[in-house]
Design a protein around this ligand. Structure first.
Ligand code: IVH
Length: 683
């Protein structure tokens, strides 16, 4: 083979390898490699493609975010219309649905299949010869918007089907959704940057898909699940279940649970089971969809003008509660944004006691005409954050009081301002104790500098006593000063000083994240740290340079440049540097003593969580997998280990208990020492 042919082959192999890992990660939830190893594969491929542009391909995993922002979306006609479902809230109507079907096909024996109804945005994907060629929204059912470049950024959607012989045409339909935790984080970030938060995950998802700049969409936590087909050429399915399983084998995500049943009565019970699982799904589920499983019956059962006769949606009542709004308090966040918070009479809602609800901003309070003393209906937006849906105006007594936002910061008394284009009010004082406190708490948090012994209440004391005004000042704290704080013992003071001292050796990405630069989350911090290697190089980078980096969009890029231009920032960084804090990214922050070994963790452990154990294994070069196979090197069995343990025993895999695992891992200090040795500090 010539060199060129070899490169071409290597590129092909890398793509297949990356796609395989995508499937293991997103579909099977059983990754075989670490995120870092995955990034390395992607980077190698990216470099090869840049050197040999003639081997480029639109379906390469490097090409998720490609192309310039659009002016508008094109309208596209659906090859097969996208129908909706008839809805019901009553089980009697489901029994009626079953009767109707049996009347239409009296001789047939068939099953029903029950799936969750996902509350997201309907989408149709078209794969031609295995390649994703188009993604179109539902629109009016006949034509929709071409949102292909946005949908391509969703990591769990394969750009190419995982099959050597894919059908000529496969149109799959499903739901794009924003996962509930991602939604909560996104809204928090929006609030911090003075933007209007989204009302619920579905709106956030729809809003994201309508963005014209795919690089912005790529930052949104979107995901998808598929449950139907459109045009098919070169493939057919006997049953819905078979269709789902085929999609899964292609690398398309399907519902995590479904139930098959011949009798409608049993399905009614299963609908209750499904409802009880409502909060376990990463998406918002607003009901169950019941479909006839046998696709051969579809034509015979037919369609009404809008929906198929072989399917129906049973909707659950939204979970709401009535309570009293006692007061509205004001929270001041890390960027100084003032957020009104509803203080409620405690009430049970969706499995927890709710005492507070977010009110987002003054506009929202006006829009909903919320007054102190009102009886209100609350609901959980995105299943997590309670929000006030509406006021029960009929229950007003006349004693309710109008609310208006304060004209000064409730924490430091400084002026508040509304920036152009923003809805939020902000405290303009960068030294506002509220801002400093959340900044320090973030700086000391586990994902950032992980300062042992520095929690929220100590941060509170340090700031209130005037000892610390920014993260840099932590490093000049003296033990005597700490001892002067209320209820501070000798041991705690020592611990804090030790914790601060130890944090000096964290890799560069930790402090970068800890600084709390707007739009720079954990992932972006790690990308920047790995790219620039140290603080000086990053501070010298201009927007143009930053924008060339994968996963760093123009918004984050601009924010980084602005951050490092500010005089205050430069002063803090100089102080941090002078204190001897590490500002370099180690080349290889990981050791390789467990290289080549695959671990499966099962059951619960006493001294750490499974995730923590996994991180420790990975930090030493080992792999962690979700399922036991002949390739498993060790099964770590914690308390009440189940089927994985049995399987491991049957396969003759070596089994470790927690103590043995701890011994194998060695101490974290040992790992730190090794790393320090590699980097040349400490000795
Ligand atoms: S089947 C021809 N299955 O609900 C039937 N739809 O109210 C196509 N939806 O437009 C739909 N989860 O956006 C189906 N498991 C599921 C679903 C589901 C959510 C949405 C879909 C549809 C709407 C109908």
């Amino acid at each position: 083979m010539t060199d060129k042919a070899q490169t071409k082959q290597r590129i092909k192999e890398l793509r297949a390898e990356i796609e395989r890992h995508n499937q293991l990660y997103y579909i099977n939830a059983a990754p075989e490699i670490t995120d870092r190893e995955y990034d390395q594969l992607l980077q190698t491929l990216d470099e090869l493609e840049k050197r040999f542009p003639e081997f480029g391909s639109a379906t390469s995993p490097t090409q998720r975010v490609g192309g310039a922002p659009l002016d508008r979306f094109d309208s596209v006609a659906h090859a097969v219309p996208m129908m909706s479902l008839s809805n019901t809230y009553s089980k009697e109507e489901l029994v009626e649905f079953d009767r109707r079907i049996r009347k239409l096909v009296p001789e047939e024996v068939f099953n029903y299949i029950l799936e969750p109804k996902i509350d997201g945005v309907a989408i149709s994907l078209r794969y031609e010869n295995g390649e994703l060629v188009r993604a179109v929204t539902r629109g009016d059912g006949t034509t929709g918007d071409d949102v292909t470049s946005n949908v391509r950024t969703i990591q769990s959607i394969p750009l190419r089907l995982a099959d050597m012989m894919p059908p000529a045409v496969l149109e799959v339909r499903g739901e794009i959704y924003m996962n509930t935790t991602g939604f909560a984080k996104l809204n928090e970030r929006r609030q911090e940057t003075g933007k209007e938060p989204f009302a619920n995950p579905r709106n956030a998802c729809a809003g994201s898909l309508k963005l014209l700049d795919p690089s912005e969409v790529a930052q949104r936590p979107l995901d998808a699940i598929f449950y139907a087909t459109g045009q098919l050429d070169g493939i057919s399915f006997e049953t819905h279940e078979q269709m789902l399983q085929t999609l899964k084998s292609y690398g398309l995500r399907i519902t995590p649970n479904y139930w098959l049943n011949q009798k409608i009565e049993e399905l009614l019970d299963q609908l209750d089971t499904l409802e009880s699982m409502r909060h376990e799904f990463p998406f918002e589920m607003d009901g169950g969809v019941i479909k006839v499983n046998e696709r051969r019956l579809y034509e015979e059962l037919g369609y009404t003008a809008k929906s198929p006769r072989w399917a129906v949606a049973y909707k659950y009542e939204p979970e709401q509660a009535e309570t009293t709004l006692h007061a509205i308090s004001i929270q001041v966040g890390r960027t100084g944004v003032l957020t009104p918070v509803a203080e409620l009479e405690p009430v049970q809602l969706a499995g927890s006691t709710v005492k507070r609800a977010t009110l987002h901003n003054e506009d929202e309070i006006r829009r909903k005409d919320i007054r102190i003393g009102d009886k209100v209906i609350i609901e959980k937006a995105g299943e997590i954050i309670p929000a006030i849906v509406k006021v029960i105006t009929e229950k007003r007594t006349g004693a309710e009081i109008d609310f208006s936002m304060p004209t000064a910061c409730p924490v430091c008394g400084s002026e508040v301002e509304k920036r152009e284009g923003e809805v939020a009010l902000r405290c303009i004082n960068m030294q506002c104790p509220a801002q400093v406190k959340s900044w320090l708490t973030h700086f000391a948090s586990r994902g950032a500098m992980d300062i042992n012994g520095l929690g929220e209440s100590l941060v509170e004391q340090l700031v209130d006593s005037g000892l610390v005004k920014n993260p840099a000042e932590l490093y000049s704290l003296k033990k005597v000063e700490v001892l002067g704080l209320e209820r501070m013992g000798e041991k705690s003071a020592d611990n804090l000083i030790k914790g601060i001292e130890e944090s000096k050796h964290r890799p560069f990405d930790k402090i970068l994240f800890g600084l709390g630069i707007r739009h720079v989350g954990k992932g972006a911090a790690s990308t920047l740290a790995n790219e620039f290697k140290n603080m000086d190089a990053l501070m010298a980078a201009d927007l143009q340079k930053l924008e060339t980096i994968r996963d760093i969009g123009p918004i984050a890029g601009k924010s980084v440049v602005e951050y490092f231009q500010a005089v205050e920032t430069r002063t803090v960084i100089n102080q941090i540097r002078a204190a001897g804090v590490n500002l370099e990214q180690p080349d290889n922050g990981e050791t390789d003593e467990l290289d080549g070994l695959t671990f499966v963790l099962t059951g619960s452990m006493e001294t750490m969580t499974r995730d923590e154990a996994g991180d420790k294994i990975k930090a030493r070069g080992g792999k962690v997998s979700g399922s036991v196979s002949k390739k498993t090197s060790y099964l770590v069995a914690g308390e009440s280990a189940g089927s994985k343990l049995t399987k491991a025993e049957n396969l003759g895999v070596t089994i470790l208990n927690e103590e043995q695992l701890v011994a194998l891992l060695g101490s974290d200090e040992e790992l730190e020492d090794q790393k320090a040795g590699q980097l040349g500090f400490g000795f």
